[in-house]
Design a protein around this ligand. Structure first.
Ligand SMILES: Cc1ncc(COP(=O)(O)O)c(C=O)c1O
Length: 349
C-alpha cells in the first residue's frame, strides 16, 4: 500500500552547538510518526519533535514489545548527504519485528520516512570529519491493556540526533563468563529493548571494575565469544580476520557485514566461526600480535586495548598500522563518496 507522508515544518529552526553534548541527548527539530491501527499503517507524518502521550496501560511499558534500529547519515566529500546501508537496516528491522510479533513496515515507508526527516533536518547533519546524524527508527506497542498479549496497536517513529566520536580512546573489556546476553532460541538476534535492559547489570559491574564493556560469551559453555555491548567482536591475528558467526544469539551487525565484505575484497582471509577465549589466551601467551575491535554503527571500529580473561589482562595491538584502521578507512572512503560504492551501500539524498 502507498503511504503519503504529510510534513509540518517547525516555524523556527535552530541548530545548537551539539558537539559538547553526550551522544543522543539532543534531537533534531522534527520526527516521523505513523500509527498502526485496525491492521494498517496510517497518519504517516513528519512533525516538530514533541513528547508522546501514552496510556500507563500501554503494552510496551510492561512487556517490552519494542524494536529499534540505529543508522547514520553523513555529509559526503561533495557536500551531499548519504544515509548508509538503509536496505540492510530495513532487513534487520523486519526480522526483529517478526521475532517480536510486531507489524511489518514496508521498505518504501521506512526509506521515505527517513529520507523526509533527514532532508528536512539536513542542517543538523554535522559537517565535521568525525560527525554524523544518528538515526533511530523504532516501534512500540501502544494498545492500552494490562494483559500479557500481542498488541493490536503500534507507533512507528524515527528520531535523529547529531553524533560525534563515540569512544575517545581504545577500550578495556572483560570477558564475561557468569552472565549471558542471549541463549539459543532467544531474542539475541533481534534489536529489541529487552536485550539491552538485561545487559545493564553485568555491564555496570564491569564498569565498576574499571572496564568499558563486557565481551559476552555463549550461554552453554561460557567460553565462546559472542559480541560486546553494541558492537560485534572481531580479531585479527595470524593474517586472518576472525569473528563469531551469526548463529542467532548475536546481532547481525551492518558494520560487521560491511567490514567483512571490504576485508574479503582486499584479499584478507575471513573466518566466521566459534572463537573460544582459550584460543585467545593461547595466542596472547605465544606472544602473537593480536588486534581486537568492536564493529558497530556508533563507533564503526572501536579498538580494544585490554582484554581481561579471568584474573589476567592481555594487551592487544592498537598501533596506527593495524589492519582494523585500514578497514575503517576503506569504509569511511566509500561512505564519503571518495571511493566507488560497488554494492550500492550509499543512499544519497
Ligand atoms: C548488540 C549489538 N551488537 C552489534 C551491533 C552492531 O550492529 P551495527 O553494525 O548494525 O550497528 C549493535 C548495534 O546496533 C548492537 O546493539
Amino acid at each position: 500500500m502507498e503511504h503519503t507522508i504529510s510534513i509540518t515544518e517547525q516555524a523556527e529552526r535552530k541548530v545548537t552547538d551539539t558537539k559538547s553534548l553526550p551522544f543522543g541527548k539532543i534531537p533534531t527539530e522534527h520526527m516521523f510518526i505513523a500509527e498502526y491501527k485496525n491492521g494498517e499503517w496510517q497518519n504517516a507524518q513528519v512533525v516538530p519533535f514533541h513528547d508522546l502521550t501514552l496510556s500507563p496501560l500501554a503494552l510496551c511499558l510492561h512487556y517490552g514489545q519494542t524494536v529499534f534500529e540505529g543508522m547514520k547519515a553523513f555529509v559526503m566529500a561533495d557536500g551531499k548527504i548519504n544515509i548508509f546501508r538503509m536496505d540492510k537496516h530495513h532487513d534487520r528491522f523486519s526480522k526483529s519485528l517478526h521475532r517480536m510479533c510486531m507489524p511489518h513496515v514496508p521498505k518504501k515507508l521506512f526509506k521515505d520516512a527517513i529520507h523526509q526527516l533527514v532532508q528536512l533536518d539536513a542542517e543538523w547533519v554535522p559537517k565535521e570529519e568525525d560527525g554524523s546524524l544518528y538515526i533511530r527508527p523504532f516501534m512500540i506497542a501502544t494498545e492500552d491493556r494490562i494483559g500479557v498479549k500481542v498488541s493490536d496497536e503500534f507507533l512507528f517513529m524515527v528520531v535523529a540526533s547529531p553524533a560525534f566520536a563515540y569512544y575517545t580512546k581504545p577500550l578495556k573489556v572483560k570477558v564475561e563468563t557468569t552472565y549471558v546476553r542471549a541463549a539459543a532460541g532467544g531474542t539475541g538476534a533481534a534489536k529489541c529493548g529487552g536485550n539491552y535492559g538485561g545487559a545493564f547489570y553485568p555491564t555496570q559491574q564491569a564498569r565498576d571494575a574499571g572496564y568499558d564493556q563486557v565481551l559476552w560469551t555463549d550461554s552453554v559453555h561460557h567460553e565462546f565469544i559472542e559480541e560486546s555491548g553494541t558492537m560485534n567482536a572481531m580479531f585479527y591475528y595470524d593474517n586472518v580476520l576472525v569473528t563469531p558467526q551469526t548463529s542467532g544469539t548475536i546481532l547481525d551487525g551492518v558494520t560487521r557485514d560491511t567490514l567483512l565484505t571490504i576485508a574479503r575484497e582486499k584479499g584478507i582471509v575471513v573466518e566466521e566461526r566459534h572463537v573460544s577465549y582459550h584460543e585467545l589466551v593461547k595466542a596472547f601467551e605465544e606472544g602473537k600480535r593480536i588486534e581486537a575491535f568492536g564493529a558497530g554503527t556508533a563507533a564503526v571500529v572501536a579498538p580494544i586495548e585490554i582484554i581481561a580473561i579471568g584474573h589476567k589482562e592481555y594487551k592487544c595491538y592498537v598501533e596506527p598500522d593495524a589492519i582494523m584502521y585500514q578497514l575503517q578507512k576503506a569504509l569511511l572512503d566509500i561512505r564519503k563518496g571518495v571511493e566507488p560504492d560497488p554494492h550500492k551501500w550509499n543512499y544519497v539524498i
